[in-house]
Ligand binder design. Structure first.
Ligand SMILES: CC(C)(COP(=O)(O)OP(=O)(O)OC[C@H]1O[C@@H](n2cnc3c(N)ncnc32)[C@H](O)[C@@H]1OP(=O)(O)O)[C@@H](O)C(=O)NCCC(=O)NCCS
Length: 232
């Protein structure tokens, strides 16, 4: 039910990463055997099987990423707090994403990165982009990116995904919810897979209004992947 796939090449080499293709609807798979040693928190016991699989697969990816790059930390447990944010053990930072059939984790020692955010999305159709774009972007924001060399669906997917990566990456500093209006994607280089995000509302003293962050992205088959790193 779980097959290793290529990691999106959008993170520095000091960040350990593991990505898998997963059948979230596999009714036959033995989850205890597949995810042996990974605990499901009590609060998720009554959740749907799909939710069990995505939660466990994210932690499985953390363990495999650490085995490859930081084997002395491979036995760690990553829980989650009341806001659903993953709780990383001392000395590590990381991020988890899951979307239809794809689950991935990124983890790094705190000396290498102060925070990480990764996100993957199934690429939006143009119809979906037009229907949902207003929920996460200003019309002007999407229009300004129209010359970036991506189609309309991919521009919307990119803006949405980058903002989710921003949220995951900055949440440990902000320690509270902040919505999509806080950041604007102001520039995209499709050739380099880079995008600039500007905070238009201040979140903390360090992440003040006007602060700019550089995100990376990659289009891979049906998916668009984004990542953001705050350097150590
Ligand atoms: C938190 C949020 C980004 C997660 O989105 P999602 O659609 O579930 O995305 P993914 O499947 O890619 O990621 C899920 C993982 O994100 C991680 N996550 C959840 N909340 C998080 C938080 N507050 N901080 C960091 N990571 C978080 C978890 O590891 C979760 O997986 P798990 O529950 O299995 O451990 C989304 O639910 C949300 O609240 N978005 C609105 C806020 C936002 O994006 N603002 C934009 C600011 S510019």
């Amino acid at each position: 039910m779980l097959v290793r796939v290529a990691d999106p090449a959008i993170l520095p080499s000091h960040v350990a990463r593991c990505s898998v293709a997963v059948d979230l609807h596999d009714e036959a798979a033995d989850l205890d055997a597949t995810f042996a040693g990974i605990e499901l928190p009590a609060r998720l016991r009554d959740a749907a099987r799909k939710r069990h699989i995505e939660y466990l697969a994210g932690r499985w990816c953390v363990r495999e990423a650490l085995r490859a790059q930081l084997p002395e930390r491979a036995g760690i447990t990553v829980g989650h707090d009341d806001s659903r944010a993953p709780v990383w053990p001392d000395g590590l930072v990381g991020s988890i994403t899951h979307t239809q059939n794809f689950v991935s984790s990124a983890v790094a020692p705190i000396e290498a990165a102060r925070s990480l955010g990764i996100d993957s999305e199934v690429r939006f159709s143009v119809e979906r982009a037009r229907r949902l774009g207003g929920h996460f972007a200003r019309p002007r924001e999407l229009a300004d990116l129209a010359r970036a060399g991506l189609d309309e669906g991919d521009v919307a997917t990119l803006v949405f995904s980058l903002k989710e990566s921003v949220f995951k990456c900055l949440h440990p500093f902000v320690r509270g919810y902040f919505g999509f209006q806080v950041a604007h994607v102001v520039e995209v280089s499709a050739r380099e897979g880079r995008a600039r995000v500007r905070l238009v509302e201040g979140l903390t003293r360090e992440f003040a209004a006007g602060c700019e962050l550089e995100g990376r992205f990659e289009l891979g088959g049906d998916h668009l992947h984004t990542a953001l790193v705050i350097d150590g």
